[in-house]
Design a binder for this molecule. Structure first.
Ligand SMILES: CC(C)(COP(=O)(O)OP(=O)(O)OC[C@H]1O[C@@H](n2cnc3c(N)ncnc32)[C@H](O)[C@@H]1OP(=O)(O)O)[C@@H](O)C(=O)NCCC(=O)NCCS
Length: 208
């Protein structure tokens, strides 16, 4: 069992430009504003879940979601973060389905507001989460699964040099369809080998 520091349980993880922290009920208005504006941008890449409906976005559902994620964090089963740039909420990144035992693995998922896309904020956030996953949680493997036609998301993992491991058929329900996904992964050995480069390229202030 990994001993978690107060930082792990919470609170803020910093990249060069991004700050990652768990969402709180007080973030609801900002979150809803982005989700409403970016709905068409996001809807084709997200699950619908319950009864084929899109997840509810009212305040009480958001509060329940924050509470559930706090509980996951306490249990060590998932760590979910809002992505903030200059204190503005721009997206989310989640380390989920954490398996311990012989696996020591997790899945990484992410999205960003269309208005902030194309500025490398998500790859930077991924590196922040890799540092957390490997150095603090001591996981051995972080996996990302992507629908083959999602070129922007594949660019994210390509930029980070994640290894493509093949196609998983009917892997996740996305927008009501069981979609095949290309699986990518980074292991603790990859992280140890490339940590310096990742930190220089994505985390330290430019020129530091
Ligand atoms: C995939 C996603 C998270 C990438 O985040 P990001 O911070 O924009 O990532 P990057 O800045 O590295 O951009 C990745 C690629 O997106 C493409 N892109 C950039 N701006 C774009 C825009 N406004 N619209 C569409 N694609 C764009 C470019 O091909 C870019 O690659 P490049 O930097 O080599 O030109 C983001 O596009 C997104 O949230 N999409 C909708 C939800 C989603 O697909 N989630 C992932 C599911 S696996």
């Amino acid at each position: 069992m990994v001993a978690l520091s107060p930082r792990s349980l919470g609170q803020e993880l910093l990249g060069r430009r991004v700050a990652l922290r768990p969402l709180r009920v007080g973030d609801y208005r900002d979150w809803l504003e982005v989700r409403t504006r970016a709905r068409e941008w996001l809807v084709h890449w997200e699950p619908r879940r319950a009864g084929g409906q899109y997840p509810a976005e009212d305040r009480s559902s958001f509060a329940a979601r924050c509470a559930m994620r706090d509980r996951d964090r306490q249990l060590g089963t998932a760590y979910s973060f809002g992505i903030f740039v200059d204190r503005t909420f721009v997206g989310e990144i989640n380390l989920s389905s954490i398996q311990r035992g012989a696996s020591q693995s997790a899945y990484l998922g992410y999205w960003i507001d269309e208005a902030h896309a194309g500025r490398d904020y998500v790859p930077e956030s991924c590196v922040v989460v890799f540092a957390f996953a490997f150095d603090e949680l001591e996981l051995h493997r972080v996996q990302v699964a992507i629908i083959p036609r999602n070129r922007p998301s594949r660019r994210v993992v390509e930029k980070l040099g994640l290894v493509e491991e093949g196609l998983a058929r009917g892997y996740l329900e996305i927008d009501g369809v069981w979609e095949d996904h290309v699986r990518y992964a980074i292991t603790a050995e990859d992280w140890a080998e490339r940590r310096e480069t990742y930190e220089a390229d994505w985390l330290r202030p430019a020129g530091a």
